[in-house]
Design a protein around this ligand. Structure first.
Ligand code: CP
Length: 306
């Protein structure tokens, strides 16, 4: 069965069947990544542009790797060396790129809604690689893949997303997707970082991290986005770490074994202690590995349906 859309703009409204199809397809591609020759001809002849208007390490590199593993022609658009710096508009930039016969666009932008806008001005398949504080669907999909790989299921798994929920595209995509596949979703963080509408999404809210740890199977710990002025939402980094930081001492005191995810990049000593970031409970680098397989699955399913 093909996906129900020719774009991946977010996980809001995406049916469970589409999410599970992407995860199952990623399992096939993960096996390719373990071969001595990590390449298949699946997207030979397709051209994909990675249009990153915002900084990225994991998402940009893993999309580029996924495209190369599928034998697509992968191009990277760098804003700092482009004619955007001469004042060219976003729309003109896209029209010129598409005129060169591009098939798919992967886009990251600081403005929410840019991936949708792209679908209105181009005929390419569009994949959202993170738009402002809106959605980051492939990050959430690789989170789901990693949870399922570790725990064997998603249905009924209790996942708490910890940190700056109000400014997190990872949180929103996780909430929409986890609810669709039947997981129990909650959030935990300072009241200033939890938007009022969150309970309307059927999500439980914790303000004490110890309660969240005791009542969940998985913590998906978000980065405190210091570059987006997150510091204004709590008195100090030290206080945030004391109240919401995940530390060995806290887990030992609670005597609770819990799986810890983090989308990266990590602020060591803020949301996670270094001991936890490198310790036995976390699967942070497995998430990164799985990200390549999941992005291969998304590119393959979108790139071969038309
Ligand atoms: N998780 C994530 O989106 O990381 P990057 O910003 O490095 O892509």
């Amino acid at each position: 069965m093909p996906l129900t859309s020719r774009h991946l703009l977010g996980l809001q409204g995406v049916p469970k069947e589409d999410i599970l199809l992407i995860l199952d397809t990623a399992t096939t591609f993960k096996e390719v990544l373990d071969r001595p020759i990590k390449k298949v001809p699946t997207l030979q002849g397709k051209t994909v542009v990675n249009l990153f208007y915002e900084n990225s390490t994991r998402t940009r590199i893993s999309f580029e790797l996924a495209e190369k593993r599928l034998s697509a022609d992968a191009l990277n658009f760098s804003v700092s060396t482009s004619s955007v710096k001469k004042g060219e508009t976003f729309k003109d930039t896209i029209r010129n790129i598409e005129a060169m016969k591009v098939d798919m666009i992967v886009v990251r932008h600081s403005a929410a809604g840019v991936p949708y806008f792209l679908t209105q001005i181009s005929n390419c398949n569009v994949i959202n690689a993170g738009d402002g504080t809106h959605e980051h669907p492939t990050q959430a999909l690789l989170d789901f893949y990693s949870i399922r790989e570790k725990l064997g299921r998603l249905q009924g798994v209790r996942v708490c997303i910890v940190g700056d929920i109000a400014h997190s595209r990872v949180a929103l995509s996780n909430i929409f997707g986890l609810k669709a596949v039947g997981a129990e979703v909650s959030v935990c963080g300072p009241a200033t970082m939890i938007p009022g509408f969150i309970e309307d999404l059927g999500v439980k809210v914790y303000h004490r991290i110890d309660d969240a740890i005791m009542e969940n199977d998985v913590l998906n710990v978000l980065r405190i986005q210091l570059e987006r002025k997150a510091r204004e939402y709590f008195p100090s980094i030290r206080e945030y770490h004391n109240y919401f930081g995940i530390t060995r001492e806290r887990l030992d005191r609670l005597g609770k074994d819990i799986l810890i995810l983090h989308p990266g990049p990590i602020n060591r000593g803020v949301e996670l202690s270094s001991e936890i970031a490198d310790g036995m409970n976390q699967i942070i680098l497995q998430q990164v590995t799985n990200g390549v397989a999941v992005r291969m699955a998304v590119l393959y399913l979108l790139g071969t349906q038309n």
